[in-house]
Ligand binder design. Structure first.
Ligand code: PLP
Length: 433
């Protein structure tokens, strides 16, 4: 930002305003559950619009983790004393809770990892390393978060398999019509985001899964941006693997989930060695524990699992369908109002398309980092940059964008502040005359 070009008293600009919308959740009441939101930012009410990067945690999650740490902590699975049993019980109850949240009653299908990235690397390092070789094809999309692209680039280099991408349409969404041109019977593995962390759009999972399964390929769904925004049912989706992070769904950092069908997990070799993942160890070699423990080498994130289960309870208490409607309404309102501003370009489809709580945009003449800095001075936290989707930004022909993302604690008032903030920034740069 060049301070000499700033107009510190910009003229007011007309705004189309919001129609009368009713929020499915009472954002103001929900907001009170999140202690961090009570703290001012730069002397202003904090408007937190960066939940796609990491969401905030309600008291219910913080309290559950504190209770665990102050009353129940010990290492899990190995001890015979009371605390060890209590910690194990809480950790395993968290697994059962997450399984039910995903629509399955088989808790053995839930592997705790440190996050989405670790869950995806687990699949690449175990299933991928074991199953893929020269002549095989891994199919990805160019809209993936780097976490769901780079592990496959590394794996393809290690195994000699080929990495291919499903083409994108000019607006960055998947070109489903082009799927048959890249999905042939050499494809062994297909992976894609359920919801794009940059565009906020939901990918056509059913169509891709059906086509992938028809050629015998396995499918991994990166659900990091769908689990926070509504109900996710692994059986209904019919995918083989699904990954997500706790910290994007009101839970703590340091925990994530890999879900996979039990038979599939049981057939997979371990990817990391250590305690807990073994059945028997001799100096000559080792045998492996059953899934999911085979994939949880070392001391797991116990307090984080307890926090994740509390986040699941909290979200289900609000109602997953209501959360979905709330996030869609906020993202839709933001897209429509931002789109009406001069020089503003939404990334992805038109403003009236469904967006799952995520809106990214560019503003002519205003770098995303400058805009985010000006918004920050007004207490508004947004993301600026490539959001770990460089190939998607390349495809859209933009170096960086600004992203506003929504969670249960956001309100239409937050969008008023965002729109006013963008207009203010444009005026500072003399852009909305
Ligand atoms: N996949 C998507 C779609 C994401 O949005 C993110 C994080 O932004 C990730 C994967 C990586 O998640 P984590 O950093 O929690 O492992």
């Amino acid at each position: 930002m060049n301070p000499s070009t700033l107009d510190l008293n910009p003229p007011p600009v007309a705004d189309p305003g919001s129609p009368v919308l009713t929020e499915p959740l009472d954002g103001a009441v929900v907001r009170a559950d999140f202690p961090i939101l009570a703290h001012e930012q730069n002397g202003q009410r904090l408007v937190y619009l960066d939940s796609a990067a990491s969401s905030q945690r309600p008291n219910a999650v913080l309290d559950a983790m504190r209770r665990y740490e102050t009353h129940s902590h010990a290492n899990v699975h190995r001890g015979v004393h009371r605390l060890a049993a209590e910690a194990t019980d809480l950790y395993e109850r968290a697994r059962t809770r997450v399984a039910a949240f995903l629509g399955t009653d088989d808790r053995r299908e839930v592997v705790f990892t440190s996050g989405t990235t670790a869950a995806i690397n687990l699949v690449a390092g175990s299933w991928g390393q074991d199953q893929l070789g020269p002549g095989d094809v891994i199919l990805v999309t160019p809209m993936e978060h780097h976490s769901n692209l780079v592990p496959w680039q590394l794996l393809s280099r290690r195994t000699g398999s080929e990495l291919r991408a499903i083409p994108l349409l000019p607006d960055g969404t998947l070109d489903l019509d082009a799927l048959p041109t890249v999905l042939d019977d050499r494809v062994r593995f297909v992976t894609m985001a359920h919801v794009s962390n940059t565009l906020g759009v939901t990918n056509p999972v059913a169509e891709v899964v059906a086509a992938a399964h028809a050629v015998g390929a396995k499918v991994l769904l990166d659900a990091a941006q769908s689990v926070p925004h509504g109900p996710v049912d692994v059986r209904g989706l019919d995918v083989d693997f699904l990954a997500f992070s706790g910290h994007k769904m009101l839970g703590p950092t340091g925990i994530g989930v890999l879900w996979a069908r039990h038979e599939l997990l049981e057939a997979m070799p371990p990817w990391q060695g250590g305690g807990e993942m073994i059945r028997r160890v001799t100096m000559e070699g080792s045998t492996w524990n059953d899934a999911p423990y085979r994939f949880e080498a070392g001391t797991p994130p116990i307090a984080q699992a307890v926090g994740l289960a509390a986040a699941v309870d909290y979200m289900q208490g609000l109602g997953m369908d209501r959360i979905a409607t709330h996030h869609r309404l906020l993202a839709g309102d933001a897209a429509r109002r931002l789109d009406a501003l001069p020089g503003l370009r939404l990334l992805g489809p038109a403003a009236d398309a469904a967006r799952e709580g995520v809106v990214s945009f560019t503003v002519d003449g205003l770098h995303a980092h400058d805009l985010a800095t000006i918004l920050d001075a007004r207490g508004i936290a947004v993301r600026a940059g490539h959001h770990c989707t460089m190939p998607l930004h390349d495809h859209l022909g933009v170096a960086a964008s600004t992203r506003a993302s929504f969670a249960v604690y956001n309100t239409l008032e937050d969008i008023d502040d965002l729109v006013e903030g963008v207009k203010h920034a444009q005026a500072m740069f003399g852009l909305n005359a």
